[in-house]
Ligand binder design. Structure first.
Ligand SMILES: Cc1cc2nc3c(=O)[nH]c(=O)nc-3n(C[C@H](O)[C@H](O)[C@H](O)COP(=O)(O)O)c2cc1C
Length: 156
């Protein structure tokens, strides 16, 4: 199938973090977008088969972390392994911070946005997870990292 969605690239990469019971994961996502300013809401489109989807479904919450260009190697690692069998915090060496909702946050990121799952919409092979912003942590000013294609990135 032709990747028509590539017409919209480059797209900013976020790190979706989620935890349910004793399982957690960090999932890079380029399909993340604001949906409402007031109340603040975000959407992220997650493939049905992702482990991270099952964690969000189980806990009803997730966080959107904004990585910096220096985190590229870790982004590739997290995007090519699954939290089903990999401890991604251990693999990347990133600092795990605990947010207000009990979700792990990535301490190296310039910001983290904690969301409760408001609803989800099934769209073909993905679910759009719609999150209501519950808490925002701003750590520093930094450039973002954008996916151009596959493991090719640019920064802005
Ligand atoms: C830069 C980048 C962007 C990605 N964007 C998305 C995305 O928006 N939605 C999605 O479902 N998967 C996306 N992926 C794929 C997941 O991050 C990848 O399948 C990951 O290993 C899933 O981890 P999990 O099994 O722990 O959920 C992306 C991967 C990379 C490297």
């Amino acid at each position: 199938m032709e990747k028509i969605y590539r017409l919209l690239y480059p797209m900013k990469v976020v790190l979706l973090t989620a935890k349910h019971e004793d399982k957690e994961s960090i999932m890079p996502a380029a399909w993340c977008f604001p949906l409402s300013a007031d109340p603040p809401m975000f959407g992220v489109s997650v493939a049905k088969k992702r482990f991270t989807y099952s964690l969000v479904k189980g806990s009803g919450r997730f966080a959107i972390n904004i990585p910096t260009p220096e985190m590229k190697e870790g982004i590739i690692k997290c995007g090519t392994t699954s939290g089903r069998e990999t401890d991604k915090f251990a693999e990347t060496g990133w600092k795990k911070e605990e947010g207000k909702l009990g979700i792990p946050l990535v301490g190296e990121c310039s910001a983290s946005v904690e969301c409760s799952l408001d609803r989800e919409i099934e769209t073909g092979d993905h679910f759009v997870l719609i999150g209501r912003v519950e808490n925002v942590i701003k750590r520093k000013e930094a450039k973002g990292i954008y996916q151009v294609a596959g493991t090719e990135f640019t920064e802005l």
